[in-house]
Design a protein around this ligand. Structure first.
Ligand SMILES: Nc1nc2c(c(=O)[nH]1)N[C@H]1C(S)=C(S)[C@@H](COP(=O)(O)OP(=O)(O)OC[C@H]3O[C@@H](n4cnc5c(=O)[nH]c(N)nc54)[C@H](O)[C@@H]3O)O[C@H]1N2
Ligand SMILES: Nc1nc2c(c(=O)[nH]1)N[C@H]1C(S)=C(S)[C@@H](COP(=O)(O)OP(=O)(O)OC[C@H]3O[C@@H](n4cnc5c(=O)[nH]c(N)nc54)[C@H](O)[C@@H]3O)O[C@H]1N2
Ligand SMILES: [Mo]
Length: 550
């Protein structure tokens, strides 16, 4: 969505701008549990008089201190955001000068959102029309405003569209590229932003270049000293690899920093794929569930045992330093990758003696690309407390606030609107599976849980997954907190204790996904992908609940 709308994929904006915003929309982001540090920025905005609006099917901790919660039915965010824009346009809260000077494609969006009246949107999303109007009023009338989101609106077959709908709202009201304004997707993992700039994506070359663009291939090949024809083409995303494995097309796999058996949707399907592989190598510091399927395990390094740079959720490149050495025969990840590469490729291409050598190469190859790191050095990172990319040359201080003068990264300098009519989720509630399941996180556990399921106090805080459900859903099923529930989807079934809470929509249940095997939420989730980003629909599928009678 960022690439389509802005011509550049830096999801993050300067967090110090948050405190200057007079209105904040937090869409599908559990700030308090997943980004505790961000809470402070949001409360600073609140202390400055900002209105805080949360869009979430659950009343998360940040929502309890917000001004307004829009409790959206999972999978309906594009309709809701189109509704907010509808009200803003109807009331004349658009920034027509900004639209005319700095954007393209507004007319199609204007015509599309004309159909999203608050009443119609209320019907689709389950959010009261009056709340939609109130949110639009605060956003539209605020002199400055920011919209932040995370996986709650992204983990959908319409993930890209949901983000584009957010961007449409931000662009149409001119709330971008000036102090206290902006749009950010808050990336999740330590280097979630940096990885996606320099090659973690399977359709990409370093610096946000496209692997299927002949010019981009030529530039990178020259800088690497290889022939452009030797570079591979577009690969498979992590989720699509399973299909390719089961077709027999992929026979060997190296998994690094990845525990797909727990983290990918439809876990039985993942297991089948892992079993089908002829060779699996896992590089991890713990025996993950996936590593148990491996032929070879290479002991890699923890963040604290390695060094280098990461690019934060703000888009700021910072340094991390080694605190301790990897124990025993474990080695820093970069050494393992280089050692493997030197056996598989001409060794001249992996001549690095240290991590900074790799960073120098990254800078050189990124030069002139979208994610230009050329002007970033370890020394500058040190001096400036991090450097925001793009930073094209040595004299350049970096780019803390993107689009500062209304200039975007498409060739004509203009941002693009995209009309995104609402589409229903891949799987919706029906008679057989009448309840919507959404999945995500709890504060005491981290991702696939390999790290946090080993830490006593964290385990005691939240020892096993609980099914969150509303009293209106629990009562007819005679369910009380602590009762065991059989949760069944078209993919699988799990049994877990329930927790009856008033902080979730009555048509929706929530399960955290940090546990493996028979407690894995991903036994239930659906293998449906967003057609553009290929992100899985972790946030919505249909289930049926039955009380387990003992
Ligand atoms: N403690 C802790 N912190 C973490 C992590 C962790 O595992 N544990 N993981 C890190 C990582 S990698 C990531 S990606 C981030 C994730 O951070 P978040 O995206 O904030 O976390 P999630 O729990 O995945 O989902 C966020 C919210 O989306 C809501 N939601 C569900 N369905 C919908 C929907 O259809 N629409 C809307 N609007 N909201 C919906 C959920 O109720 C939930 O409150 O957290 C990072 N921080
Ligand atoms: N149902 C459902 N499923 C989800 C989600 C959801 O909300 N709901 N969220 C999704 C999201 S946003 C994410 S990010 C994924 C995460 O999914 P994964 O990336 O698969 O899970 P992690 O637990 O982060 O890490 C995988 C492995 O990497 C290892 N590891 C961690 N750091 C390092 C390191 O520095 N070096 C090496 N060599 N190994 C390391 C860990 O021990 C672990 O075994 O899960 C996704 N899956
Ligand atoms: Mo994530």
């Amino acid at each position: 969505a960022n690439r389509m709308a802005f011509g550049i994929d830096r999801g993050g904006q300067l967090w110090s701008d948050i405190a200057l915003a007079k209105c904040l929309i937090l869409a599908g982001i559990n700030v308090g549990e997943c980004f505790p540090i961000l809470t402070d920025y949001i409360w600073r905005a609140r202390d400055n008089g900002a209105k805080i609006i949360v869009i979430d099917p659950r009343m998360t901790p940040i929502a309890r201190t917000a001004d307004l919660l829009l409790p959206v039915r999972p999978g309906r965010d594009s309709a809701l955001l189109n509704g907010l824009l509808h009200v803003c346009l109807a009331r004349g809260w658009s920034d027509d000068d900004f639209i005319a000077q700095h954007t393209q494609g507004f007319e199609a969006v204007r015509d599309m959102v004309a159909h999203y009246t608050p009443e119609r949107v209320a019907e689709i999303t389950g959010v009261p029309a009056a709340a939609i109007v109130q949110a639009a009023e605060w956003w539209g009338m605020a002199p400055t405003a920011m919209l932040l989101h995370a996986r709650g609106i992204e983990h959908h077959t319409q993930g890209t569209e949901n983000c584009l709908a957010c961007i449409n709202l931000v662009l149409a009201t001119g709330k971008i590229g000036k102090p206290g304004c902006g749009y950010s997707t808050i990336t999740g993992q330590g280097n979630g932003q940096g990885g996606r700039e320099h090659g973690q994506r399977c359709n990409q070359l370093p610096s946000g270049r496209d692997i299927d663009n002949p010019q981009h291939r030529q530039i990178v090949a020259e800088r690497w000293g290889v022939a452009a024809d030797d570079l591979p083409g577009v690969g498979y995303t992590a989720t699509e690899m399973r299909e390719a494995i089961l077709r027999g097309e992929i026979r060997g796999l190296i998994c690094m920093c990845f525990n797909p058996l727990v983290s990918l949707p439809d876990a039985e399907y993942t297991r089948a794929a892992l079993e089908r592989l002829e060779f699996l190598c896992v590089i991890d510091f713990f025996m993950s569930e996936t590593a148990r399927h491996a032929d070879v395990i290479l002991p890699g390094s923890l963040h604290e045992e390695d060094e280098g740079t990461v690019t934060t959720a703000e888009g700021r490149v910072i340094r991390i330093r080694q605190a301790v050495s990897p124990p025993g025969q474990a080695r820093p990840d970069w050494e393992i990758i280089c050692a493997l590469a030197r056996r598989l490729a001409p060794w001249q291409q992996f001549p690095y003696d240290c991590v900074e050598d790799i960073f120098r190469e990254l800078r050189r190859v990124s030069r002139g690309g979208l994610c230009d790191y050329y002007g970033i050095t370890y020394e500058k990172i040190e001096r400036q407390h991090g450097v925001f990319w793009p930073c094209p040359d040595h004299a350049h201080p970096g780019t803390p606030r993107l689009f500062d003068d209304g200039t975007f990264y498409h060739a004509d300098g203009k941002a693009r609107f995209h009309a995104v009519p609402y589409r229903p989720p891949a799987e919706d509630a029906d008679e057989e599976y009448p309840v919507l399941l959404t999945t995500g996180r709890v504060v005491s556990q981290y991702l696939s849980g390999t790290q946090t399921r080993r830490i006593g106090p964290l385990v005691r805080q939240y020892p096993e997954p609980l099914l969150e459900l509303h009293p209106d859903l629990a009562t007819p099923l005679a369910l009380r907190t602590g009762d065991q529930v059989h949760v069944v989807s078209r993919r699988g079934a799990i049994i877990l204790p329930c927790q009856v809470v008033r902080t979730i929509r009555p048509d929706t249940v929530f399960i955290p996904y940090h546990w493996p095997e028979e407690q894995s939420a991903n036994l239930l989730t659906i293998r449906a992908l967003d057609p553009i980003s290929k992100i899985p629909a972790f946030k919505v599928c249909a289930v049926r609940l039955e009380k387990v009678v003992v």
